[in-house]
Design a protein around this ligand. Sequence first.
Ligand SMILES: [Zn+2]
Length: 290
Amino acid sequence: MTCDCCAADDWRPLFSENDIRLGHCSQCDLHSIEEIPAGDVRMTEMEEGHYAGTQQVLDARRQLAAERVLTERFSRFVSQAQRHAPGGAWLDLGCGGGLLMQLAQEAGYQAEGIELNNERRQIAEEATGAPVHGAPVEDVAFPDDSFDVISMINVFSHLTSPARTFAELRRILRPGGVLVMATGEITEGARAHHMLNWNLGDHLHFLGDRTMEQYAERLGLTILEHERRWLPDEMFSREWLTVKGRSPVKNGIKTAIRVTPGGLKALRAVMLRRQAGSAAHSGVFVIAAA
Ligand SMILES: [Zn+2]
């Protein structure tokens, strides 16, 4: 398999989940599943809200309710963008029910969104009164230099070719504009038990240790900020207990833990021990066109 990031042909397997193999490129450390689906197949899956994973909320109304607990986290993305590009046009890729678009609007930006799922797209349009496009960014044909800020929150892992998407974002980003990206990162030695569920198949790619630097070098981008948090620590949090998934059983367990005094503390004690040494992290990048 030719690497999306560095074009090397040296993919090395790490582990499997649900018969899907995850491996990484020996040259740039991009982690990818063994068989990346074709772009048009992927488009249909995203449109229909069909995800291989179990944590993704299928029902769009429940998705919106779940997003409300993310307000605090998303507000930090707005603050980060404001430090570099304090106003202008903001594009949110994979905008879901439109929460980040609303926060950008409140901060004075003119927001636009992209959302491939039809039901969520309608909710985002109603919530923001702003245009929300239903096609991949490469197909929308935005003019050059269209946006001051582009956000891509938990989208990178779903892209069939991140290099292609980054190149397009660079084209439509204004000089001085920034891309705010949050995504999973994997440091050396990932094992299957490092995550409860990697959602392989839904997740196609994860950044490795040196990967984003290599994308940046190849595509003419500059990394302005990069912060990395250990995922188990971030995951087993009150926020995670509040966000509901598609499994009623899991939702019930989460609620039980949340309302039990000391429940979260006990859960963390167990899970952080079980996932000690986990290579899974969550990263936030602020990136400019070089
Ligand atoms: Zn590579």
